[in-house]
Design a protein around this ligand. Structure first.
Ligand SMILES: Cc1cc2nc3c(=O)[nH]c(=O)nc-3n(C[C@H](O)[C@H](O)[C@H](O)COP(=O)(O)O)c2cc1C
Length: 188
């Protein structure tokens, strides 16, 4: 089950996310097992850009995001394909939730849909303040395991219906990043 942010109202539009989708494991209040390992909250969402994004527009978002995220201990990745954003945000749960509320009121995009949210033992994108990955719709479809699908809205629909697809896409984005040379978006 996914839930959608209302960009105008800045809050969720549908029922809360199923708890079963949050990999809490044996953790309670972010403390796991005997080693007291702190979990990282991860959220993956999609949105539609309000207007077609040029490189300058994306650069502006990334500069702002990286500056803030470095201060707030947030890491993640952003993909923009054919008018659709996919973003992964990770960090302490309240901090990510606050950022998500802020992002949801940003007029540069709309129709924000949370595809997956979960607790992970280690941030997947710990090395990136906000990585940017350039991709085509066909590439994202391949990451999602949808070889027959070529349009990004169809990939997003599948990710909404099967949230594990969003996790698979995040893993593929990470694999792409790990092949790239060290970049300025690396977290300090
Ligand atoms: C697609 C998209 C992704 C964004 N990602 C981030 C982000 O990762 N971190 C962030 O601080 N702001 C991000 N923003 C910008 C926020 O919506 C907001 O404009 C910004 O955090 C305000 O920063 P300020 O309080 O420094 O003015 C994003 C905006 C868009 C449209």
């Amino acid at each position: 089950m996914a839930r959608a942010f209302s960009a105008k109202k800045g809050r969720y539009r549908s029922a809360p996310f199923a708890l079963s989708d949050i990999a809490l494991g044996s953790c309670y209040q972010n403390v796991c097992g005997s080693q007291h390992q702190t979990m990282t909250y991860q959220i993956i969402y999609s949105s539609e850009s309000a207007t077609p994004m040029q490189m300058d527009d994306l650069e502006e978002i990334l500069v702002q995001a990286r500056r803030n995220n470095a201060k707030n201990g947030i890491t993640g990745a952003l993909v923009y394909v054919d008018g659709v954003f996919l973003q992964i945000l990770e960090g302490e749960s309240p901090t990510v939730q606050q950022l998500m509320a802020k992002i949801s009121t940003d007029v540069r995009h709309e129709t924000i849909t949370v595809l997956k949210e979960r607790e992970v033992p280690v941030a997947m994108f710990a090395d990136w303040k906000m990585a940017y990955v350039s991709a085509t719709a066909a590439q994202v479809a391949k990451w999602a395991g949808l070889s027959e699908v070529t349009a990004i809205p169809d990939v997003v629909t599948d990710m909404r219906q099967a949230p594990d697809t969003a996790t698979r896409v995040a893993q593929s984005i990470l694999s792409v990043l790990e092949t790239l040379p060290v970049a300025e978006d690396k977290a300090d």
